[in-house]
Ligand binder design. Sequence first.
Ligand SMILES: Cc1ncc(COP(=O)(O)O)c(C=O)c1O
Length: 485
Amino acid sequence: MTSNGSQAALSDDRLQELAKRHLMMHFTRHSTFRNEDVPIITRGEGCYLYDSKGKRYFDGLAGLFCTQIGYSFGAELGEAAATQMAELPFYTNWSYAHPRSIELAAKVAELAPGDLNRAFFVSGGSEANEAIIKLVRQYHQLQGHHHRYKMIARRIAYHGTTLGALSLTGIYPLKTPFEPLMAGVRHVSNTNRYRRPHGESEQEFTQFLLDELRGVIEQEGPDSVAAVFMEPVQNSGGTFTPPEGYYQGVRAICDEYGVLLVADEVICGFGRLGEWFGSTRYDIRPDIVTFAKGVGSAHVPLGGVLMTDDVAGPFLEGTTVLNHGITYGGHPVSAAVALKNLEVMEREDVLGNVRRNEGYFQELLEKLGEKPIVGDVRGAGYFRSLELVKDKDTKETFDDEESDHLLRGFLSGRLWDAGLICRADDRGDPVIQLSPPLIATREELDFIHDVLDTVLDEAWDEMQRPHSHGSGKVVTGGRQVVDTN
Ligand SMILES: Cc1ncc(COP(=O)(O)O)c(C=O)c1O
C-alpha cells in the first residue's frame, strides 16, 4: 500500500515506464529521458527530499520558491484540510462567503503593509496576475478613464504563463511561440546592478531607471497607461534587488501619472525576504499586491490579489461588480491549509530564522564569489543568486552554446549527484539561484556552500576544456533602453 493507503506502491521501474509513457512535464526536455531516468521525488522531510531510489537531496529551491516551512508539517496542515473537508469541502466565493476565506482575507490584510485590506483569491500566481490585468482595466473604466489599458513590466521578469500574465513576462523565448499576445505591454530595464555601465554610481543607476520609466509612460501617452508591474526582488535573471531610492521614485512617478503600482509578491511574499511582504522591506507602498506560493507553503494551490481600500472602493458601489471569478477562488480547503501554514510560520518564528541567518548566508556566498567563475553574488533574505562568468575582470559571459553546456550539460547533473537541488538558469545571463525553505539552519546553509564550493571549481575546469570553448559575449557596457514588443 502507499502511505495514503489507496493502492499498491508501484516499483521505481514501473513509475519510470509510466512517467515516460504518460506524463507531460512542465518546461521539460523530454528527449533527455530516452537515455536517462525521470527524476521522481517520492517524499520530503524538513528541508530534504527523497527520490524513488531512496537518495536524499537538500531542497535549495524550496520546491519552486514556495515550500516556506519545508516538508515536515504536512500532517498538521493535512489535519486542517481533513477538518475542513468534513465541515465544508467546497463552496464558492461567487456571491457567497465562507468562514475560511473570510478568515484568510482578514489574516493576509493584517500581515500586509498599509491599507492593503481587501483580498480576492485565485489558484496560483499566473491567475493572480491575470486577475489584476482585468481588475486594473475595470478600475480605470470605473473612474471614467476608458483609454487606460497599457501595462509596463520589466525585462526578463517572470509573471506567469497564462496569456495575459505571459504578456507581462519579459522573457522573449517564452513568449514568441504564442504571439500575438496582449497589446499594450512595454518592458523597461530591470535593476541588474552588475551589468550597469562601468563607473555608474548607485544614484545615477536609480536615476537612469526612473528616467527610463518616465520616458516610456510619456512615449505611450500618460493617459493610456494603467499599471506598472514589479517584483520587489526580481527572480528571473537572478535576484535583482532595487537600488537606493528606486521604489520611492517609482511610487512618485505612478502617483504623478495616475498609474497603479502592482507588486508581484508571488515569490517575495510570505517570508522569503524576512518580512511578510517584500513591499514592507523596501517600503514600496503598492496599490495592489499579488501573492501565491508561500501563503500556503505550496501545500495547496492558492493565490490571491490584495488591494488597497482606494482600489477596492469603486467596486463596492451601486450595481458595480468586479467582473472576474474562477471556481476555485477562495477554496475552503486551500484557505484552511493556508491559515494553518501561517499559524505554523508564526509559531516557529520562520521569519525570525531568515532574519537571523541572512547575513550568514550572504557571507557564505561571498566566499564563493572569490572563485573565477563567480562574477556576482546578490539577493536578499533566503533568495540569492550567483552569476557565472567566463572572465571575471571583463564580466564576459558565456555564449548560448557554452551556457547550455555549463548549466544543462554539466551543473544540473553534478548538483543533482551531489544532493543539492537548486536552479541553474540562463533566462538572463547564467546564474545559480538559491531559495531554501525558510526553516533552513546555518548547518544546512553550510551544506549549500560546501557543495557549490566543489562543484563550481569543477565547472570552471570543465569550461577550460577545449570542447566547451565558444565565442563568448561581452555585455558589460551596452544597455538597451526600450524594447518594442
Ligand atoms: C514572480 C512570479 N509571478 C507569477 C508567477 C506565476 O505563478 P504560478 O506558477 O503559480 O502560476 C511566478 C511563478 O514562479 C512568479 O515567480
